[in-house]
Design a protein around this ligand. Structure first.
Ligand SMILES: Nc1ncnc2c1ncn2[C@@H]1O[C@H](COP(=O)(O)OP(=O)(O)OP(=O)(O)O)[C@@H](O)[C@H]1O
Ligand SMILES: [Mg+2]
Length: 261
């Protein structure tokens, strides 16, 4: 079914690797799915993308093949290039062959996102932490971006630099998410300190309680944490907060403020 309203592109970004972007991407996908939204996850972590792996899907086609078809006027339907996770979540996988990555021109990313907006309600773009041209195009074309930071001084200092660039450019369509579930031993840096270091607000916090010791069990099964009943029960506080984050990322008014908690 064609979605007459334009879908919303949400990028999940960071200034440091391994902060929990991909995990947050799939968790948000689960939440939007429960909101009855049609979701596409685009894996723009082109060299090292892991969306297909963590969701246990085996893509026949990838984003490079889509770019190749568009550039050679062979493209007919996005459906031919996405892999199905369930009845509401599809995946556009990163290139299988890393040699194809350098052949992807950023202008095609804009085209792909425009095409996706016609068929999906939500397009979640998982990125890598380097702000290269492809990532910048995704940031320029998104409705909202979620920046994941951790309690790491270098990470926070780099976020501060990026935020000052956003301020200069009057870019306001982003949320900052402090993920305390990755480096659980680092909670001596308080939320107050984090805000002081980045010279900006922290819109959401994923608490250290959300550290899931046996997360690989879920990854091996291709399970989305937010769609798992047990996880929903045990980590209800963080799941509730993640629902608020999901709503705020697609809220019509960017002025809408949700507090931590
Ligand atoms: N809440 C959590 N509890 C336990 N482990 C977690 C949690 N969130 C993420 N991890 C683990 O931390 C690692 C990094 O997470 P993830 O891959 O989501 O980060 P990333 O920012 O996407 O990394 P990259 O920059 O390499 O793409 C993974 O092994 C993941 O399973
Ligand atoms: Mg990742």
């Amino acid at each position: 079914m064609i979605n007459m309203n334009n879908g919303k592109v949400i990028t999940i970004s960071s200034v440091k690797g391994g902060v929990g972007k991909t995990t947050l991407t799939t968790n948000l996908a689960g939440i939007y799915y429960l909101m009855k939204k049609k979701v596409l996850i685009v894996d723009l972590d082109l060299y090292a993308g892991g969306i297909a792996t963590v969701l246990n899907v085996s893509p026949k086609k990838d984003i490079y093949m889509l770019v190749d078809s568009i550039s050679n006027n062979r493209f007919t339907s996005l459906r031919d290039y996405v892999s199905t996770y369930n009845n509401g979540i599809d995946v556009l996988a990163a290139p299988k062959d890393p040699r194809d990555v350098s052949k992807i021109e950023s202008k095609y990313i804009t085209k792909i996102l425009d095409i996706a907006k016609i068929e999906y309600d939500i397009i979640l773009v998982d990125t890598h932490h380097l702000l290269d041209e492809i990532s910048l195009v995704a940031l320029d074309n998104c409705y909202m971006s979620a920046f994941v930071i951790t309690n790491d001084l270098v990470d926070l200092k780099n976020m501060k630099s990026l935020l000052s660039i956003f301020n200069e450019a009057n870019k306001e369509n982003y949320k900052i998410i402090l993920n305390n579930s990755r480096d659980t031993g680092r909670d001596y840096i308080s939320l107050f300190d984090v805000r002081n270091i980045i010279k900006g607000n922290v819109d959401f916090t994923i608490s250290k309680n959300f550290y899931i010791k046996n997360i690989d069990k879920y990854v091996l099964n291709g399970e989305i944490l937010t769609l798992n009943k047990f996880i929903n029960k045990i980590y209800s506080g963080d799941i509730k907060n993640m629902n608020k984050l999901a709503s705020s990322l697609i809220a019509e008014s960017t002025g809408e403020v949700y507090k931590n908690g």
